[in-house]
Design a protein. Sequence first.
Lengths: 178, 201
Amino acid sequence: MTTTTNGATDWRDQIYDIFRENGVRHVAHVPDGGHAKLIKRCEADPEMKTVTLTTEEEGVGMLIGSWLGGTRGALLIQSSGVGNCMNALSVMKHGKFPILMIVSMRGQWGEGMPWQIPMGQATREVLEAMGVIVYEVEFDRDVQPTVEAATWLAFDSSVPVAVLLTQRLIGTKKFVAA
Amino acid sequence: MTTTTSAKPRISLERRNVTSALVANRGNDLLAIAGIGSPCWDLAASGDHPMNFYLNGAMGSAAAIGLGLALAQPKKRTLVITGDGELLMSLGILATIGVAAPKNLTIVVLDNEVYLETGAQPTHTGRGVDLAAVARACTIQNAETVYTQAELDAALPKIRAADGPVFTVVKILPDKAKLVIPPLEATYTKHRMREALTGKP
């Protein structure tokens, strides 16, 4: 199993460690179950500023400002929220701003909520249409190297990057009527 | 000052005079973000500056950019200058800013009650929507609307230095001013601000 320098074996802890090690200090999010543990870790870190958003595009704007001010930031959102980011992402592409988006996916592997399918299936395509480089993770062992590479890519080459944490990785959300 | 009378005060402030006053005698401790449209032309007309960032796209994102910048640069004042139409596109950001509560962030809305760039179609602010009241409801206590030069003069020290977040709606005439175009390449304005703040692009 891949571990970070801190030895974490849970991929959520590994992402947190990558943020720490790479100077990511602003974390903006619209809560999602797939990110719940990571959000808790970031909120508990006094050196990180974790901001809850009302809609995902606020996070794109906020992280543009963070970068202007010399701070690295990450955006934690669900695939449905990717659709809310489109016009704001034009600033990333035009201005060559880095952004690290960690996207927890719905509408994929065994999805039981049909309303999630359209945006989940379009997520990669619309991100790429706006110039975002997209990585995808299906298995635990790939999370650490993929998120680390995405972080380096975003901030060393100043480009927008998204890592899609697939539903196969996170686990399918089952809806069982009581 | 929020008016308590039912009659609407007469609007007389001109946008360029307001913008010039907002950034007058600025040192290197004021970071200015201008929202899409006339506020970009206004800020450029007040004098280009390495600490200016002109958001010529992504309508609705100016206040969010101000939030990130204010959090990244807590020792400097971040001033967002935007229009009523631009802010109306993302009212949720006032809730986010109210809760994040950066002390060094000010948002000034140049409120002409119309979408000036697209033919002066009326916005909601001329039809009863009170942005300062929205801001207060979003826990931004330091929120007011100014109509007159005297009220603006009284508001300026708060805009530049009061504990924030500060939210000020300045009612202005719906007149177009001479077009002054700022640098349009965000790669340039981005590097310029980062270099001025951090010493590296």
